[in-house]
Design a protein. Sequence first.
Length: 216
Amino acid sequence: MGTRLIVFDLDGTLVDSRRDIADAANALLESCGAPPLPEDRIGRMVGDGAATLVARAFEASGVAPPPDALKRFTAVYRGRLLAHTRPYDGMVEALEALAGRAALAVLTNKPLAPTRAILEGLDLARFFAEDAVLGGDGAFPRKPDPAGLKHIQTRANVPAAACLLVGDSVIDFRTARAAGIPICLARYGFGFEGFPADLLAPSDRTIDRPADLLQL
């Protein structure tokens, strides 16, 4: 499996899923009599799981969510997982190059079933062993709890210094810090907007496109 490990976040890092998530959230809001929210605003709500996203969307709309809001959002989103979602430009090529250098894994707060559907639908699943993909509804707490990341590290039998978590949000940053694993922040991701620059240390890495990973 190699002597290095690279763990990727999904939404905003491997794939640009913002429009599909926003469309699903807005469809739910409109069905409840609330006005739609701008796509970029919904994008900034992503990262802590679907339940938090739904709660934030209704709070921003000023409308009380129905008791089955999460269930309805999940059903709507399931029907449009791959309507517009695509890998970021250059990501497939970067993964093809990195697969020969390191073990690759995915750690996301998205539930495992839609995560696998996206990876398979976009032909990205071939880069990740089945047990190297962890979703937010599995045996481990969601990020920023480091348990999932530490499990992936243990599975790969790689020291923390030889690991890298690639993500686009404060959630990913806090996860890496809690696990004692280096972070690489994807500034191209929709979760990076508004990231507190004062959190970054000189040793933290950032990239502006997937191809930059090959230079680290």
